[in-house]
Design a protein around this ligand. Structure first.
Ligand code: FAD
Length: 438
C-alpha cells in the first residue's frame, strides 16, 4: 500500500474526514473557488461509516428543515451525473423503491403529513384494506409495543390493524461508498487535494481564530477555515480542536447493526417489495439487489442503546442477540420471511445528537465549522450538505452573524428556502421521533 501523499502546506479550507459528508463539502467549497485539502486517517474515501450505510432515501422527518433537505437532495440523487458535473468511472445510482411508514399508536400523523404536503412530497394514506391489497405479503396487525424475542408476549396476537403513509419518490443508493468516491473525484477534478492515512491531531489557533491543522508525523497545513466532518469520530476531533470549539448540542458514537435476510416471495425489489419504517414493531427494512432485505433498528425502548467510547473499537460483525431481535420483528410483519440460523450483516457506528438532528454550523471559534451528528439519517442529505457548508462559510467569513440571523439556502431544484439555523449547535433539541428516523 502506498504511503500517505504529502498534503500542501497551505489551503483555503481543510476538511477533516473523507466520508460522503466531507466529500460533498470538499466539492462545493472547491468548485466555488476555494482551495480545499481533505485529510482522512483511513485508507479509502468513504471507508468510514458511509461504507456501512443502508443509504435509504426517504422524506418523513419530524422537522420542516429535515423534509426540505431530503426532498431537495433526492432530486440531486436522481440526476447524480448532473449534480457531480464531472463524470469519470462508475456512478452510484438511486434505485427507486416505495416506502411505507408504519406508525406507533398516538403518532402525530397529521403533523407528519402536513410537513410532506407543505414541502410538496407526494404521499398517500393507505388504510388496512388498501395496505393489504397493494402489499399482500404484509401482516397489517398492530403489535405495539416492540419487544425482544425472548419476551413471553413477543408472539401475542395483534391488538388491532395498521394503516400506513406511502411515499413513492424515494429509494436507496446502491453503493454508498461509491457515492462518496464520486463526490470526491468531482472535487479533485476541480483541484481539491485528498490526503488519506493522514490523521488530524489538533487545531492551530491564531488571534482567536482557526489558523490551520496539526497532523500526524509532524505535518501541518495553514488554513483559515477548518471543517470537522469526522462522522462518528466527531467528538474526538472536537476534543482535539480545543475547548473554544465546544457546542451545546453534543455528539456521541453509537453502535448499530444491519442484517441481511432473503426477501420472501412477493416482497423483493421490483417484485412487490417496499421499504418499511415500522415503529409499531421496532425495525426498518429495505429490499436490496439480489433478492435480499436489509433489516436495521429504530431504537425501540426495549433495546439497549449501545454508546461506544471509540468507533475504532467496534468490530464490523453482527451479534446473535441483535440479529434475532431485528429479524424476528421483521418476520412478524412479513410472515413469509425465513429467519436464518446464523446472523448475517454488519455492525456500524452512528454519530448521534440528543434529537437525532445533525449539526451543520459554525462554532464559537471563528473559522472552525462542523458537519456532524448525522445520527444515522444524513447519507440521503449529503448532496445538499456541501452547499449548506459553503453557504455558511461564505456568510460567516464575510462577517455575517449566523447565530443572531441564521442564513438560509435556496434549494434550486425544489424552490424551497432551507433554514440553516435548524441545524444550529445552540438549538433547543427539536421535537422528533428520538430515533434514527429523525
Ligand atoms: C449502519 C448504518 C446505516 C445507515 N443507514 C442510513 C440510511 O439508510 N439513510 C441515511 O440517510 N443515512 C444512513 N446512515 C447514516 C449515514 O450513513 C451517515 O450519516 C453518513 O454516512 C456519515 O458520513 P460522514 O462523512 O459524516 O462520516 P464517515 O463516513 O464516518 O466519514 C468520517 C471520516 O472521518 C475520518 N476521520 C475520523 N477521525 C479523523 C481524524 N482524527 N483525522 C482524519 N480523519 C478522521 C474517518 O476515517 C472517516 O473516513 C447509516 C449509518 C450507519 C452506520
Amino acid at each position: 500500500m502506498p504511503g500517505p501523499s504529502n498534503p500542501p502546506g497551505r489551503a483555503d479550507v481543510v476538511v477533516i474526514g473523507a466520508g460522503v459528508i466531507g466529500a460533498s463539502i470538499a466539492l462545493e467549497l472547491q468548485r466555488s473557488g476555494r482551495s480545499v485539502v481533505v485529510v482522512d486517517k483511513g485508507n479509502a474515501v468513504g471507508g468510514g461509516s458511509t461504507s456501512s450505510s443502508s443509504a435509504v432515501v426517504r422524506f418523513n422527518y419530524s422537522t420542516l428543515a429535515g423534509v426540505v433537505a431530503a426532498w431537495e437532495s433526492a432530486q440531486r440523487w436522481a440526476d447524480w451525473s448532473g449534480h457531480l458535473g464531472h463524470v469519470d468511472g462508475p456512478l452510484a445510482r438511486l434505485v427507486r423503491c416505495p416506502m411505507l411508514f408504519l406508525e406507533p399508536p398516538g403518532f402525530p400523523r397529521s403533523e407528519a403529513t402536513s410537513l410532506l404536503a407543505e414541502v410538496g412530497v407526494p404521499f398517500e394514506v393507505l388504510d388496512e384494506h388498501e395496505l393489504t391489497r397493494r402489499f399482500p405479503s404484509l401482516d397489517t396487525g398492530r403489535f405495539f409495543p416492540p419487544r425482544r424475542p425472548d419476551d413471553p408476549c413477543f408472539g401475542d396476537p395483534p391488538t388491532g390493524r395498521l394503516d400506513a403513509v406511502l411515499t413513492v419518490d424515494g429509494g436507496f443508493v446502491d453503493d454508498p461508498q461509491l457515492a462518496a468516491v464520486n463526490l470526491m473525484d468531482a472535487a479533485r477534478h476541480h483541484g481539491a487535494h485528498v490526503s488519506l492515512r493522514t490523521e488530524f491531531l489538533g487545531l492551530e489557533v491564531e488571534r482567536g481564530r482557526a489558523a490551520g491543522v496539526r497532523l500526524a508525523r509532524g505535518a501541518s497545513i495553514e488554513a483559515p477555515v477548518v471543517v470537522n466532518a469526522a462522522g462518528p469520530w466527531s467528538s474526538t476531533v472536537d476534543g482535539r480542536a480545543g475547548a473554544l470549539a465546544k457546542r451545546t448540542v453534543w455528539t456521541l458514537p453509537m453502535r448499530q447493526e444491519v442484517h441481511v435476510v432473503d426477501a420472501p416471495a412477493g416482497f423483493a425489489l421490483d417484485d412487490g417489495g417496499a421499504m418499511l419504517a415500522d415503529l409499531d414493531l421496532g425495525y426498518y427494512l429495505r429490499p436490496h439487489t439480489g433478492g435480499t432485505l436489509l433489516v436495521g433498528g429504530v431504537e425501540p425502548d426495549c433495546d439497549p442503546l449501545e454508546w461506544v467510547d471509540d468507533p475504532d473499537e467496534v468490530a464490523p460483525l453482527p451479534t446473535v442477540a441483535c440479529f434475532e431481535a431485528q429479524a424476528w420483528r421483521a418476520a412478524r410483519r412479513l410472515p413469509g420471511l425465513a429467519v436464518p440460523h446464523r446472523p448475517t450483516g454488519l455492525a456500524g457506528v452512528y454519530d448521534v445528537t440528543p434529537d437525532w438532528v445533525p449539526v451543520y454550523d459554525r462554532t464559537d471559534l471563528d473559522g472552525y465549522y462542523v458537519a456532524i451528528g448525522t445520527s444515522g439519517n444524513q447519507f440521503k442529505n449529503a448532496p445538499l450538505v456541501g452547499e449548506i457548508l459553503r453557504t455558511l462559510v461564505d456568510a460567516c467569513e464575510a462577517g455575517h452573524d449566523h447565530d443572531a440571523d441564521p442564513v438560509s439556502l435556496h434549494c434550486r431544484h425544489t424552490g424551497h428556502d432551507l433554514d440553516v439555523g435548524a441545524f444550529s449547535r445552540r438549538r433547543d433539541p427539536a421535537s422528533t421521533t428520538g430515533t434514527v428516523l429523525g
